[in-house]
Design a protein around this ligand. Structure first.
Ligand code: URA
Length: 322
């Protein structure tokens, strides 16, 4: 039987967490009772999955009718808004939610619960806090747990920290304009950041509302979370907003122009790299012409995104900025 990629990814994540703890000299990882239950259930889930696949293969062999994957069903772009709810009961980082995803039906409710479990694990995560360079407030993600398009930024700023929601400041307003031009709202997509905490300048005491770009180290400390989110969502396409997000997500350096010209994948999901909305704001402030050039480039990237997910593109949309 083919390896189960979802389970492998989940167990990989779990191994990563344990390795990190071990490297730090820890010899124990706190696991909540719910986490223990999930871990205990894994062997029987694997067996159940095997039985399901074997039965499906038998049916397919007999009837020669294609058997549906147990993966996520295609989601209409018109899926009703479904903001993430507050929280679900505690699940420790060691009970990484993605480890059970491939053996359960990937309903919206399931995705929501998994995302909330990841949210919970961000709240308890020691690694980003040990750096001492990030503020404490968790800014997780917002949007539709069944979204086909996932937007990934770098880190929250002051406004995002205040509202505990990504992309709600000026860059967020620009992102909403981009979404609107695509015929989408922010409730129809999923919006997240690599770093889940606002980066500090110095000790943060005199920072006011100013922000800073996250470091590689800060991104590395939060990478398991965005990985887990993407594993739960399994979108059709990921949009990396800006060079920093692209570098963090793809774990390689490069100029944004080079990233834009290349094709990228995260797991096997296509990644479109485009300019950060803040760059658009800066270019627009510099001059109308520079603003227009940047907008045209971002729009070219968004047309690719729309093509990947099969969103209808009108003549008018094709001709924007031409
Ligand atoms: N910039 C980002 O990269 N993320 C946010 O959430 C806000 C601004």
């Amino acid at each position: 039987m083919a390896a189960n990629p979802g389970l492998a990814a989940g167990l990989g994540l779990l191994a990563e967490i344990l390795e990190r703890e071990k490297a730090r000299g820890g010899d124990a990882v706190p696991v909540s009772p719910e986490g223990v239950e999930i871990l205990r259930g894994i062997p029987s889930m694997i067996q159940e999955r095997r039985r399901t696949l074997a039965a499906a293969a038998r049916v397919a062999a007999v009837s020669a009718v294609p058997v549906a994957e147990t993966g996520a069903p295609a989601v209409e772009a018109t899926t009703p808004p479904a903001p993430l709810p507050a929280e679900i009961p505690a699940v420790s980082p060691a009970s990484a939610p993605a480890s059970v995803e491939a053996v359960v039906e990937r309903t919206e409710e399931w995705r929501r619960a998994q995302l909330n479990a990841i949210f919970k694990s961000v709240k308890q995560a020691p690694a980003p806090r040990e750096l001492g360079t990030l503020f404490d407030t968790v800014v997780f993600a917002s949007g539709n747990p069944s979204a086909e398009i996932v937007f990934v930024g770098e880190a929250p700023g002051a406004e995002e920290e205040k509202q505990k929601k990504p992309f709600v400041g000026p860059a967020g307003q620009k992102l909403e304009q981009i979404l609107k031009a695509m015929g989408l709202s922010r409730e129809e997509v999923y919006i997240s950041n690599i770093v889940k905490f606002r980066p500090k300048k110095g000790d943060g005491r005199f920072q006011g509302s100013s922000n800073r770009t996250p470091t590689q180290e800060e991104m590395a400390s939060c990478l398991p979370f965005i990985r887990a989110e993407i594993e739960v969502l399994r979108p059709r396409v990921i949009v990396a907003l800006g060079r920093t997000a692209a570098e963090g997500l793809l774990e390689k350096g490069g100029a944004l122009a080079a990233f834009r010209n290349d094709t990228h994948h995260f797991a096997d999901i296509p990644v479109i790299v485009t300019y950060h909305p803040s760059y658009l704001l800066r270019q627009e402030a510099a001059s109308a012409e520079e603003g227009k050039v940047a907008k045209r480039q971002v729009w070219e990237d968004m047309l690719r995104v729309m093509e990947i997910v099969g969103l209808p593109i009108s003549e008018k949309q094709r001709r924007y900025f031409q």
